[in-house]
Design a protein around this ligand. Structure first.
Ligand code: ZN
Ligand code: ZN
Length: 227
């Protein structure tokens, strides 16, 4: 299960970060796309967007949340797979609901009236269980569509609410640094090929140690204008 996660272990994190920093010529504590932060629990530096999971007892890259249903963290490496899973679960719930409602509208043949009644009761119970499941999964799907369109994680959303309040208090406007625009955010999470959006593939994801920001795009635009 944990193969899906790209988690940073104590002995690996420093080497990976130093390699990245050396390659890019960036000094420690000044990584493009976010600052390095120190994890008190792992006693190591963690990359931007990584968070420590108390349940998994380690830092998880681009951590979204710890899911109790899959008993694992949803993070950089398995976020797309998790999202696709929710999409298919919603489709399956709606399809089952349509089949159940359709079955209830058909009257059973007269010689099967008794067994038809017991089936009908089973359909009604299943339908009553399915409706709240459909609603819960639908809300979860809507929430993650919103997060993907803004290139946020659940943790970053809650951090952003506080940052927005602080910025407003200081007379500033807060914008999420990783928001690159709706389409680019979608391709960042789901992949550049639209056909692969519905497949649980993760070939497009990179190391997860650094992420492009809106600030990088601005620098790129001004450099190309200047040259
Ligand atoms: Zn940690
Ligand atoms: Zn976890």
């Amino acid at each position: 299960m944990n193969l899906f996660l790209l988690c940073i272990k104590r002995s690996q994190i420093f080497e990976q970060l130093v390699a990245q920093l050396t390659l890019s010529g960036v000094s420690n504590g000044d990584v493009q796309g976010g600052d390095l932060r120190y994890c008190q629990k792992c006693s190591q530096y963690k990359p931007p967007r990584a968070h420590h999971c108390r349940v998994c007892k380690r830092c998880v890259l681009r951590m979204d949340h710890h899911c109790i249903w899959i008993n694992n963290c949803v993070g950089h490496a398995n976020y797309k797979v998790f999202f696709i899973f929710v999409v298919y679960a919603v489709i399956a719930c709606i399809y089952s609901l349509v089949l159940l409602v359709g079955s209830l509208t058909i009257d059973p043949p007269k010689d099967e009236l008794q067994s038809g009644d017991s089936f009908r009761t089973a359909y009604i119970i299943s339908g009553l269980l399915l409706i709240p499941l459909c609603v819960a999964l639908g809300v979860l799907l809507g929430w993650h569509i919103y997060l993907i369109l803004h290139n946020k994680t659940t943790i970053e959303y809650h951090e952003g609410v506080r940052a927005m309040w602080l910025a407003e208090k200081g007379g500033n406007v807060y914008t999420h640094p990783y928001d690159l625009g709706a389409y680019e955010n979608l391709t960042t999470v789901l992949g550049p090929n639209i056909l692969s959006w519905v497949c649980p593939t993760s070939k497009h994801i990179d190391s997860g140690l650094r992420f492009r920001t809106a600030y990088d795009n601005l620098i790129g635009a001004s450099t190309s204008k200047g040259s």
